[in-house]
Write a protein of this length. Structure first.
Length: 319
């Protein structure tokens, strides 16, 4: 399987190989700036976030997260797609396969203000605009789930602002937002039902989980959330279904007792009990890479460290 785009053809609008620096797609930056200006957050976005800030569900926390924590997660999603350091070839190939289909489903969890979906769509849009990908019709169906109603509203606005640019590149998008509390079984079942209905006519399904480790590992919520993730993964299976989990490359994620080793062990144990062949569930360790990213509002740049796991989600097999 070839990469989505070979490294030597990455456009200067996204990657400067000489300086090893990544640029956020212009379409994504325009949408982010629109949200900042509309909500008087531009000045806040040029300042450093307080140490340890992770966001929350109220309006003020959501605004802070949009200003301070949008660019980092967006860049982390770009890295496994473009793989400019050639550290993540298998995962980059997964994106190439997923978006070669004509109708793709994305479950974006937790979606926050839309950084993950916006990043994926903007990269595809920019590569098509630069004539590096064919403009074959591509329909993308997205369901975003988040606990913050304010973040869901921002995600809707941001994706709506992209619609015209995407249409020029033969990409159509359907987006639906669902309030989701990963610690609530009823909320999770409602989301799963929504995902099942929305994805039923899609040829390929992608479950993207990003930036969850501070809550699940740092706040020790994994045990409360595990049953909900089992339901989510169980109902996300299919012939062409993949889950990709993206986190910052930190000690509490990749360390010996970190979140990713725990996640891999859970996945293996869960899929054994669900009677899936060993070859199907066997997971290699996580991938990781890092780069510098140009800040779109200042003259500076910031470091972006990625850890990522790809989970194949094959159909259930009868014993």
């Amino acid at each position: 399987m070839k990469r989505l785009i070979p490294k030597e053809y990455l456009p200067p609008s996204l990657w400067n190989d000489e300086d090893s620096i990544l640029f956020l797609p212009p379409q994504l930056v325009a949408s982010w700036e629109m949200l900042l200006d509309k909500n008087n957050l531009r000045e806040r976005a040029t300042k450093r976030a307080p140490r340890g800030f992770t966001g929350g569900r109220n309006k003020n926390d959501t605004d802070d997260h949009l200003a301070w924590r949008f660019t980092g997660p967006a860049a982390r999603v770009m890295l496994p797609i473009l793989d400019p350091k050639e550290d993540l070839k298998e995962i980059s190939n997964t994106f190439a396969r997923i978006f070669s289909g004509n109708k793709v489903f994305i479950a974006d969890l937790p979606c926050g203000s839309g950084a993950t979906s916006m990043s994926i769509l903007s990269v595809l849009c920019e590569l098509r605009k630069q004539s590096l990908l064919p403009r074959m019709p591509l329909d993308v169906v997205i369901v975003g789930g988040d606990i913050s109603e304010y973040a869901l509203h921002y995600a809707k606005e941001a994706l709506e602002s992209l619609r015209k640019e995407l249409a020029i590149q033969a990409i159509t998008v359907e987006f639906d937002a669902v309030e989701w509390d990963v610690l609530d079984q009823f909320s999770n079942s409602k989301l799963v039902k929504h995902l099942t209905l929305a994805s039923q006519h899609c040829s390929t399904k992608l479950l993207v989980l990003a930036n969850f480790s501070d809550f699940l590992q740092g706040d020790s919520k994994w045990k409360e959330a595990r049953t909900q993730f089992e339901e989510l993964f169980r109902h996300s299976r299919g012939e062409n279904s993949v889950a990709i989990w993206i986190e910052p490359q930190k000690n509490n994620v990749i360390g010996e007792s970190g979140f990713f080793p725990r996640l891999i062990n859970w996945f293996k144990g869960f899929f054994i009990s669900e009677q899936i062949d060993g070859d199907e569930w066997n997971q290699k360790n996580y991938g990781k890479t890092r780069t510098r990213v140009k800040h779109p509002l200042t003259d500076g740049d910031f470091r972006n460290h990625l850890a990522v796991i790809r989970f194949h989600l094959p159909p259930w097999k009868k014993p």
